[in-house]
Every structure is written in C-alpha cells, then in structure tokens.
Write a protein that binds this ligand. Structure first.
Ligand code: GLC
Ligand code: GLC
Length: 849
C-alpha cells in the first residue's frame, strides 16, 4: 500500500492537521452555522454567502477551475522582494513550514517563510453575518522586518448564476465605496437590493485596491498580481468591471514581535426606508456596529471561545468511550460535525456542487435531519415544517426547494415516488428525540399556498396514502420519475442528450415500473406511523383516565385552557382505526414483496416500464442491487422464511469489495434506454456500480437487525473515514475526515478513489448506524432503547447520552456477544426489557449482553 500522507487527526483539539498543501484534492472545511457561510480549502480557496449559495453569493468562485480551488481570501506578504502566502497558494512560493488545521467551524492556516510566521484563523462567529480572519504575524528573526501586506477578496455580483452568465450587464454594474479601512461592495444596491457587503481591517491602511484589473493586471493570475509584485497599491476605485477588495499595509516587526490584524468580511441588510444616508451613499450604521463588535483581538478571541463552547455543548450530547480511537473520533467529532454541515447545506455548495444547481432536497433534507436532530432539535423542527410546506395535497412533493424563499423548485418539479415516505422518517426521529408532539398540531400548507393548511399529522397520512394510491400491476409501489436512486429512470426513455434524465418522461402513461426499494421504505416508515398512532392513542387514553381522576383542570390549563387533547382533534378510536388501516397496507405490501419481489437469493430491484424484472438472476447485467436488499432487510420482510439472511449473504457474495459495497452487479456496459442515467456512467462510477456510500448503512442496519455484528462491523469499517485515512489518503483523494458520496467500485479504473465529498446523506446514515444500531442507543417515545450489535471482539464501552432533560451514562458489557441484551440496571434497579424509561436527571446504567 502507498505510504504518502498529507495529514493526521488531532483528537484533543478536534482538528484534522494538514501538513502538505498539495493534497490530492482541495481538502475543505465549512465555516458558519445558520445564516452566513463560507467554504475554505486548505490553501484558503473558496467563497462565502448568506443563506443561499445561489441568490446571495458574497465572494466569487469559478467552478471546475484550473487549478480547482483557485480564488479565495488571500494574504500576500512581500518580505524584501520575496512574495508569499501563508496558505502556499496562489503564489506557491515554497514555504519553510505549512500547516492547515480544520476544526469545528474554523480553519487555521499557518505558513512560515524566512523567519516570518503568518497564521490566519478563519471563522464565522455565532449569530454574526461575517467571516473573521485573524492574521497573526510574528518575526522569529534577529532583525527588524519591514513587510508589505496585501489582502484580497473578489466580490461576486450576488446572484451566482448570473454572475457567471450575464457579464455583458455585470461589467457595467459594479460599485464600491471606500471609507477608512473598509471597502464596501454595493453593486445593485441603488435599485432593488437591500444588502451590501464589506471587507474591513481593524487598523489604518496605507493603500487599497477595488478594481481587479488594476490590481492583478489584465494578463496575470492571482499568483502574480501586478500591485503585489511591484509592492505598490494603486488605490483604484472600481466602476463596473470586476470589483475586488484589497487592503495594503506596511508592517514593521521588531525581532520577536508579534502582531494581530483582524480582517472582517461582513454582510448587511437594511430596511427599505433606511437604505441611504445621502444620495448614493449607503447607510453604514449596521456595518459600523458589526465592525465595532469584532475590532480587537480580545473581542475576536471571545467570539472564538464562544464558538468552541458551542461545539463542546453539541458534541456532549452523544459521547462514546471505547478502546478504539478510530471509532471514538468519528462518533464523537467528525461524523457529528458532518451531520451539521449536511443539515445546513443539503446538496447545495461544496467543491463538487456549485451552489447554483440544487437547493434543498426533499428526501435529502429529511434524511439529513435524522443525523442532526439530537444536536439542535428546534432547528430540525422548523426544517420539518419547511419541508412539509412543499408537499402537494395528494401527498406528492416538490423534489427540491430554495433555502432563501423556501418555495418548491419548479425546474425539477415532483414525481419522485419515494419522497413522501421520508417525511415520516424525519418527523418520527424528531418526535422520539424531543417528545414534542405539538409539532403534529402545526398547521402546514400544501405547496406554500395560504388557505390550504392542515395539521402536520395529516401531511404524514397523505404521504403514505400517496404510496398506497400509486401501486402497480404487482401491487408494488410505482416508481414515478425515480426513487432514491435518481438515476434509475424507468419512464424516461431518452435518446436526446439535451434532456435531463430526472425530469424527462417520454412514456409514463401505462407504465408498469415498480420499485422494491419504495416497498421496503414504505414498510419501515408505515410501521413507524402505526407505532406512532398507537402511542398517541395510548397517551390520549392515559390523559383521559387522568382527567377522570380529577386532573382535568390542571391538564386543560397546561394546554392553554382550551382543547385539552394536545393532538389534532383526532379521537382515540380513530387513531386505532388509522393504525389498523395502515397495518393492513403494510401486510399487503409484505405479501406483494414475498410474492413478486423475491428472486430466490435476493430481493428484486424493480419492474421496468414493460413489467420486466430488474435486479434478477435472469438479467445479464445489474442482477443484484443494494437498495432493495437494504430496505427489505431493514423492514424484515420474510425474515422468518430466511429471506433477509439470504439477501445479506448475497450482498456479501456479489456486492462487497475491498472498499465497500457496490450499488449493483454486474455493472452496465452499455446504455439501456429503459433504465436511463444509471447506465450512462462508465462501469464502477456513481450509480453504475460505484460504492455509493449513502446506501451501505442500509445493509449494515439490516445486518444489525439480523444480529450479525461481525458482518455489520466489517461493512462499516470499510467506509469509515478514519480507517480509510490510515489506509490510503492518496488513492482516496478527497478529505479523509468525512464521508464522500461515492467511492469508485470494483469495476472502475481506480477502485477506491473517492468523489463528491461532504454533502451526502452518508453522514446521517453513518450516524444512525453507529449511534443507534452498532453502539445501540436508540431514542424512543418513552425513553432510550438499548440494543447494540457488535463485533465479537468488542470490549466494554460507555456512552454518555443527553436525552431531553436527562443524562444517561450507559456502560455496555458485551462479553463476547454480538447481540442480545440480557440485563439492564438503571441506578441500581433492574429495568424490564430493553427500554430505559425516560426520567429527568442523571442516571447510571449498566448493560450486559
Ligand atoms: C444524490 C442525491 C440523492 C439521491 C442519490 C442517489 O446523493 O442527492 O437525492 O438519492 O444521489 O441517486
Ligand atoms: C446525478 C447524480 C445523482 C444525483 C442526481 C441529482 O444524476 O448521479 O447522484 O442524485 O444527479 O440530480
């Protein structure tokens, strides 16, 4: 195996430390938590935006550039004729020392050259619409150093799509203002925009530039800006063309002296009436306030401590101590961190997603929130409402929506028939984590149309009804445009390369295309729905009993004095009827899968438009697919008849390889018009037999449910970043501290090569897998269910789990067993079954398998 390494984990600081700037691909980090966000690579490439990477882009980025991460926030130092950058790029002057530390919401890049150290801490403070860049310059030499320092940011003209497209206009619209050490970017502020951005430094400056051509030179790149090479700013004022912001400072440092400079990239919105203070002069009041709140080292350090404490809090909700560092660091740090990032960004902005394409995905966001709900439940709650508001009255859904407007995206529309089920998946996770059932009473519109509001509970109901009402000839769910696998397009039939596989339907009338994956997903989520109905009915009965016993008044008061049933005016008996109605649909679906969805050794994947089998031993290529094996084993369909065990064995036999489980096998070697995009990829990539990491956990959970701990663990460790990091940083290529969407499969030219890092449902699924199924701590309505599934070699471990108003210290003694809880002792008293009943306070729990 190759040995070249580019960095290592530093668990004590919760950082990944990159020691060579020439990583096999830009290794990035995300800054920001709620509104203001930045992407930053290990050489300080990347960009910033407010809420929406498409509509409120603050700094410019050229996608798919050469080199890939060109463009970013750059500091240029000129030391006696030598020009260099702390992050090595863009000048690429060889450094005497380089280090990039990516941490939780911050990145610190340090470079040393000729005994000058330049260290920049980048972060977005909590609740602030700004990126802080604290630059510390230190003179480690014995002589006085006279340095010239240039900062650099390039403004994007707000709408990132038109910024790249409509430059015939944009070259005439750019406007800036300069005031002291602050450069304001106010393009289009004169007309409909109420926002501007600024770039500031907390000391007097000796010059500036705001016009890119003047600063860089028409025939130069970022690696040789003319102003820097000449060591002389131009004090240029941009009128149209391409506005930038660059400060110029002359800095003298005594031997041993160190000095901080706080640079601040901020975003401001003004009320319509308060846009200007004089004709054409923007109102800078809020900018001054923001600057004032972060204009000293002390203030910045305080904001940074606050950010670290925020992460201390988030990461203390679930914390494990095992004898395995590689597991600990993923569970306690990086997996949870990636879940926050995917919750924030869905699939919008990364170094593989431009930020101008997709907004928030319906299915994607529901899955993401399952990995995030334990961190900040209130944000997950709002997300559920936002998502449900893009549903149609018949239960179908917009496939995507824009984060800024929260409206469904018409370009892609709906018709992805797995989408509705995911709303149950997300909502149930929220209910179990929080016990907050009031969310079910929230009045939520369809398609954001005022006047159409029904309760969220009703949205859940129409979601499942959408599946039941759209069954095909085998009584299995019709697939629509596609199910989770966006590339299995069974109704598309496209011969035109200008058509989108996802939105083209050349033939849907009379389609017989059905999905076994949706069948499994339906059974899993409908079971959850039945359990929810029964739980609510039980709760309602208890409330009624309580009331008859005289609690009526107290209860009515606590419910605001009005209707004392906290749940949506639905009666106890109608909840039970609803539960049995849905149970019938589940039973029917299970029968349909057993009858027409079983291929003998595994579950079929689908029926195509003509009713032909997909994912069967009868096919030449694509004989077995992962999705239906995952979902039907999670649903335990035919477990008693041995189907789940056979399916899981078939996965091991045909789909497993050194780097994980491939999506299907054998890979398609030609284009199949009746299957669409899946067969458009060369063998081993993406949906055509790549290791699509997102779906590996479905099988792993299937293994856990079947009690096969050794198999679950070996699948899990294959795609666990910390294991991959140790094995092959160079081959894997993308960031070794997070999961990527896809690793090239066994049929590819370079098996093991990763792509599409960061924004993938893999994060949430890896979290669910390890936290609930492997380590076995699963929130439920009444408490925590304990049911680990471990490799036989696992030693004792302790999980500290904050759950609602309680904290549980749970020590598990596996005693060589893979699964099966024998005894749970809570605060010295044996519990019955596998449930730790919820009770506020701190509790000590001992579990023996
Ligand atoms: C991408 C999409 C997701 C889809 C998956 C499989 O990750 O974001 O929605 O399910 O690919 O095609
Ligand atoms: C492409 C990708 C797939 C993704 C889809 C989203 O088809 O292969 O992973 O889900 O685009 O539009």
């Amino acid at each position: 195996m190759e040995q070249k390494r580019y960095g290592h984990f530093d668990d004590a600081h919760r950082e990944y430390v990159i020691t060579d700037p020439q990583t096999p691909w830009p290794w990035i980090n995300y800054l920001g938590n709620e509104d203001f966000f930045s992407l930053i690579s290990n050489t300080a490439g990347g960009y910033s935006f407010y809420k929406d990477a498409k509509f409120r882009r603050i700094t410019r980025y050229r996608y798919n550039n050469v080199p890939m991460d060109n463009g970013g926030r750059y500091f240029y130092l000129v030391d006696n004729g030598c020009v260099w950058n702390p992050g090595w790029k863009p000048c690429k002057t060889p450094l005497d020392f380089y280090e990039c530390r990516h941490g939780m919401g911050y990145t610190r890049i340090t470079g040393c050259k000729n005994q000058i150290e330049a260290s920049v801490l980048f972060f977005v403070p909590l609740r602030k619409w700004a990126e802080v860049q604290k630059l510390t310059l230190t003179n480690h030499s014995q002589e006085v150093k006279h340095l010239k320092l240039f900062s650099f940011e390039e403004w994007c003209l707000w709408n990132a799509a038109t910024d790249m497209e409509n430059f015939q206009r944009n070259f005439s619209t750019g406007e800036v203002e300069i005031e002291g050490s602050t450069i304001y970017h106010k393009t289009e502020y004169r007309e409909r925009r109420n926002h501007y951005a600024f770039y500031h430094v907390n000391c007097p400056i000796d010059g500036f530039d705001t016009d890119r051509e003047t600063f860089v030179g028409l025939y130069n790149g970022f690696d040789e800006p003319e102003a820097v090479l000449e060591g002389r700013p131009r004090n240029s004022h941009a009128h149209g063309w391409s506005p930038i912001a660059s400060h110029y400072l002359e800095v003298s440092l005594q031997p041993g002296e160190s000095r901080d400079f706080v640079f601040l990239l901020g975003y401001i919105e003004n009320e319509q009436e308060k846009k200007f203070t004089a004709p054409q002069v923007i109102n800078k009041e809020k900018a001054h306030q923001l600057i004032n709140s972060l204009d000293t080292t002390e203030k910045v350090d305080r904001a940074f401590r606050e950010l670290q404490e925020y992460w201390d809090g988030l990461l203390s909700i679930y914390h494990v101590r095992t004898g395995n560092d590689k597991l600990n660091r993923m569970v306690n740090i990086w997996n949870q961190y990636q879940c926050m990032v995917t919750f924030n960004f869905s699939r919008s902005a990364s170094f593989f997603e431009s930020g101008i394409g997709r907004g928030m995905g319906f299915r994607d966001s529901n899955q993401d929130l399952v990995g995030f709900v334990h961190q900040i439940p209130s944000r997950a709650r709002q997300r559920i409402i936002d998502i449900a508001s893009t549903q149609f009255p018949d239960g179908g859904c917009y496939h995507q929506y824009q984060p800024l407007t929260k409206r469904g995206n018409n370009d892609i529309g709906g018709g992805f028939n797995d989408d509705p089920c995911w709303l149950i998946f997300g909502t149930v996770a929220y209910l179990k984590e929080t016990g907050d059932f009031t969310i079910l009473d929230e009045m939520v519109p369809f398609d954001n149309q005022e006047g159409t509001e029904v309760t969220l509970f009703e949205h859940l109901k129409v979601s499942l009804d959408h599946v039941i009402r759209n069954l095909g000839p085998h009584r299995l769910p019709l697939i629509g445009r596609a199910d989770w696998n966006d590339c299995l397009n069974l109704n598309c039939f496209s011969w035109d390369p200008n058509e989108s596989f996802q939105t083209t339907e050349n033939k849907s009338e009379g389609s017989k295309a059905e999905s076994l994956m949706i069948a499994g997903l339906f059974v899993v989520t409908a079971k959850e729905y039945v359990a929810l109905c029964k739980f609510l009915a039980k709760r309602m009965r208890n409330e009624e009993l309580g009331m008859r016993n005289g609690d009526y008044l107290a209860s009515a008061e606590s419910a605001g004095g009005g209707n004392h049933h906290s749940s949506f005016l639905i009666s106890h008996s109608s909840l039970l009827e609803e539960a049995s109605r849905m149970q019938q649909a589940i039973d029917d679906m299970i029968d349909a899968v057993k009858r027409d969805g079983w291929d003998g050794e595994w579950y079929l994947r689908a029926y195509d438009y003509f009713g032909q089998k997909i994912g069967s031993h009868e096919n030449d290529e694509g004989r077995i697919f992962i999705e239906s094996q995952g979902w039907c084993t999670m649903a335990e369909i035919g477990a008693d008849e041995g189907m789940t065990a056979k399916s899981l064995d078939s996965v091991k036999k045909y789909l497993e390889c050194e780097h994980g489980i491939v999506l299907q096998n054998p890979a398609f070697t030609t284009y199949h018009v009746e299957m669409g995009e899946i067969s458009s990829y060369p063998e081993g990539y993406k949906e055509n037999a790549g290791i699509f990491c997102h779906n590996n956990p479905w099988v792993i959970i299937g293994e856990c449910i079947a009690g096969r701990g050794n198999d679950a663990w070996s699948h899990y460790a294959k795609i666990l970043p910390s294991y991959v990091e140790e094995k092959c940083q160079m081959l894997h290529k993308v960031e070794p501290y997070v999961n990527c969407q896809m690793v090239a499969g066994k049929d590819a030219a370079r098996p093991g090569e990763g792509k599409n890092s960061w924004l993938t449902g893999t994060a949430a699924w890896m979290w669910l897998t390890v936290s609930e199924y492997i380590l076995g701590i699963k929130p439920d309505y009444d408490g925590l269910l304990i049911d680990p599934c471990l490799p036989a070699t696992a030693g004792d471990y302790t999980v500290t789990r904050r759950f609602r108003d309680a904290v549980y210290d749970i020590t598990i003694h596996p005693n060589g067993s893979q699964k099966g809880v024998r005894q749970i002792i809570v605060d010295g008293t044996p519990a019955s079954g596998t449930l730790i009943p919820y009770a506020p306070g701190r509790h000590q729990v001992e579990v023996r398998l």
